[in-house]
Each structure stands twice: as structure tokens, then as C-alpha cells.
Design a protein around this ligand. Structure first.
Ligand SMILES: [Ca+2]
Ligand SMILES: [Ca+2]
Ligand SMILES: [Ca+2]
Ligand SMILES: [Ca+2]
Length: 360
């Protein structure tokens, strides 16, 4: 008792603590510890806790020296590590998750040492005094117990539409159906332009118009009849699809007379030609909003017809009023969208014609 009290006083002096704070705290703590082990002497002891702090030490003295009390002296809780608990006998034991002699405790790396309850299909993460288990990708559970996710059944698999999904431990496999090529995540069909399709993936191009016909991408910026230039039928129409804004649609075979398929602006006149009976030219008319006359005039021997389509492929007007030498055309109220004029040689001779866009 005495020894402890003195060290408390010395500590107080060294740390500048007030005596009452020191003796109040330590008095209670020390007395309780001492009385628990104080079996040989000091029958009066300080069993009440001596709330005054007993600054002079044990007033009754301890003539026997109480050897059991003294042995606990150096092993007070003060010497325990922050990561240890102090036992009733004054010894220190490292807390769960720590290892050491109690005076010094270090985090136990449960992951490295293998002393963890993580599932074999989980990842162990060491933490101070603890550790964490998290199921690996492809598994679900609390980390202590992890089960394979059946991605095929849970519909989380990212297999292509035309692929079969097979579950496996920690993942899944996708395999393209017969008739489709790819890695299972992308499966491309073998259907060419014009063939019937029920899904874009059925087509070589990956493009299927309104789930009925395989098509191809085109550009109306470079060439009025970009579809014909690529060797396909149809008009290059606006698809509404962000990735493929323009696609070939329709059954118009304009051949590939690139020099005759014009892009015509407001106020322009161009002079294409018919190279054969039945020749078809496709002109892209780019006009601002307003009212226009769009007119094709053949040479006196030829007979032509004009068909107008919107940029969405819809038929706007069809004109074949007169025979040889007769001009054909339409008066158009434009909202500013481009439109197509398909000029067909419906006569029986070849020759040039004029095509003009007149703003009213
Ligand atoms: Ca740890
Ligand atoms: Ca799985
Ligand atoms: Ca032509
Ligand atoms: Ca005509």
C-alpha cells in the first residue's frame, strides 16, 4: 500500500496533477486491488476505499510487508498496452485480435496467419484488432459463408440474345447459338442486307429495320445515294437510332451512277443524265424551311417521273403527269428537313434532264 501511494504522489508531482485528483482515483483503485490480495495482514486494510485518499499511505502500516501486494505492484494496469485488458491479478492480456505479452500488443493479421473464418471464396481484409470477409465476385453471402451466384437463373448474365448461358462456380459461360458467330456476349448472325430478321443480331451488319429486314448503315452527308454507292438498294433514311443514325431502306435500285446522284441546294439547277431506259437517279434536296418548287425537265424526247420521299423514308408525292418533254415536280412546304427526289426514266430514250430547286 505504501509503495503504491508514494508512487502516486511522485507521479502527481511529475505530471503536475492535484493531489486530491490523484489520491481520489488511485486511492480507490489501489485499495480495491490490495484488499483483494491482502490475505495475510492489514485486517483493517483500506477495504472501504478510503475516500480521503490516504496521502500518508496506509495509516495502520503493514509490518508484514504483504509480499502478495508487492508482487502486483509493478504489474498495475498502467503497464498494460492500450490494446490489452487488465486482469484482477494485475496482469495484462492482449484483447481479441491482438497478440503479445500484454504490455505490448500488436494487431493479429488474421488473413496472413490463416486464423480467420472467411469462406474459401471470400477475400479477407486485415483491420486493427479485427478483420473483414467479403465474398468474391460471383459469390453471395456474409463472407463467412459464400455461395455461387447462378447468374443465368437470376438474369444477371450478360450473354447475347442469341447465346446460351451456363452457370459455373464463380461465374458463367455464354455461347453463341448455332448460326451465330461471336464470343457469347456479342453474337452476330449471318443474314445479309434485305434478308428477314427478328433481331439486329441476326444480321451481319447488326442492323434490322423495325424487326423485319436486315439493313446497313449509310451517310447522307457525303453522297445522295450512299446506299447505291455501297451496292445496296434503298434510300439512306434517318433511323432514329443514336448509334446508327442513317440506314438504307426500301427497294430502289439506283445503280451506282455516282455522278448523277446529286445533292441539290435551294436555288440550284443540276444536269444529270439517263444512261438507260428505266435508269433511276436519287437526289438529296437540302433546303431550309420555306416553300419550294422542285422540278425535273427532260429533253424533248424523254419521259420522266419524279417521286419524293421524306428523310424518314415516307412517300411525300409522286408526279408523272405528262409524256415526252413534260416537266414533272411538286410544290413543297418544307420544315427544313432534307428530302429525296427519285427521278425515273419512264420513256424509251436516254439523255440529260434539268433538275432545279426554286425558292418561292
Ligand atoms: Ca487484424
Ligand atoms: Ca455462377
Ligand atoms: Ca443516271
Ligand atoms: Ca413523265
Amino acid at each position: 500500500m505504501k509503495l503504491v501511494t508514494i508512487s502516486c504522489t511522485l507521479l502527481s508531482a511529475a505530471l503536475g496533477l492535484s493531489l486530491s485528483a490523484c489520491s481520489g482515483d488511485d486511492g480507490v483503485g489501489v485499495t480495491a486491488t490490495a484488499s483483494a490480495t491482502d490475505t495475510t495482514g492489514d485486517s483493517t486494510g483500506d477495504s472501504t476505499g478510503d475516500p480521503t485518499g490516504d496521502p500518508t499511505g496506509d495509516p495502520t502500516g503493514d509490518p508484514t510487508g504483504d509480499p502478495t501486494t508487492n508482487t502486483t505492484g509493478p504489474d498495475t494496469c498502467d503497464s498494460c498496452s492500450d490494446d490489452a485488458t487488465c486482469n484482477p491479478d494485475g496482469s495484462c492480456t492482449c484483447k481479441d485480435g491482438y497478440e503479445g505479452d500484454g504490455q505490448s500488443c500488436a494487431d493479429l493479421d488474421e488473413c496472413e496467419s490463416g486464423k480467420n473464418a472467411c469462406d474459401p471464396d471470400a477475400t479477407c481484409t486485415n483491420e486493427p484488432g479485427d478483420y473483414k470477409c467479403e465474398c468474391n465476385e460471383g459469390y453471395k453471402g456474409n463472407g463467412m459463408s459464400c455461395k455461387d451466384i447462378d447468374e443465368c437463373n437470376e438474369n444477371t448474365a450478360e450473354c447475347a440474345v442469341h447465346a446460351t448461358c451456363t452457370n459455373n462456380d464463380g461465374g458463367y459461360d455464354c455461347e453463341c447459338e448455332e448460326g451465330y458467330n461471336g464470343d457469347g456476349f456479342t453474337c452476330q448472325g449471318s443474314k445479309e442486307f434485305g434478308e428477314v430478321c427478328d433481331d439486329p443480331s441476326a444480321c451481319v451488319s447488326g442492323l434490322c429495320i423495325t424487326d423485319t429486314q436486315c439493313t446497313v448503315e449509310c451517310s447522307i452527308e457525303d453522297f445522295a445515294n450512299d446506299c447505291g454507292k455501297q451496292g445496296y438498294y434503298g434510300l439512306c433514311i434517318f433511323s432514329g437510332n443514336e448509334e446508327f443514325p442513317f440506314i438504307c431502306a426500301g427497294e430502289i435500285d439506283a445503280g451506282n451512277d455516282e455522278n448523277d446522284d446529286k445533292i441539290v441546294f435551294s436555288g440550284e439547277t443540276v444536269n444529270p443524265s439517263f444512261q438507260s431506259v428505266g435508269d433511276v437517279d436519287i437526289h438529296l434536296v437540302k433546303i431550309p424551311a420555306g416553300n419550294f418548287d422542285i422540278i425535273a425537265t427532260p429533253n424533248p424526247d424523254d419521259d420522266l417521273a419524279v417521286i419524293f420521299y421524306g428523310i424518314d423514308g415516307n412517300l411525300l408525292a409522286e408526279q408523272d403527269m405528262g409524256g415526252a418533254g413534260a416537266a414533272e415536280g411538286a410544290n413543297v412546304d418544307s420544315n427544313g428537313d432534307p428530302l429525296y427526289a427519285v427521278v425515273v426514266n419512264v420513256g424509251n430514250s436516254n439523255g440529260s434532264y434539268t433538275f432545279e430547286v426554286i425558292k418561292n
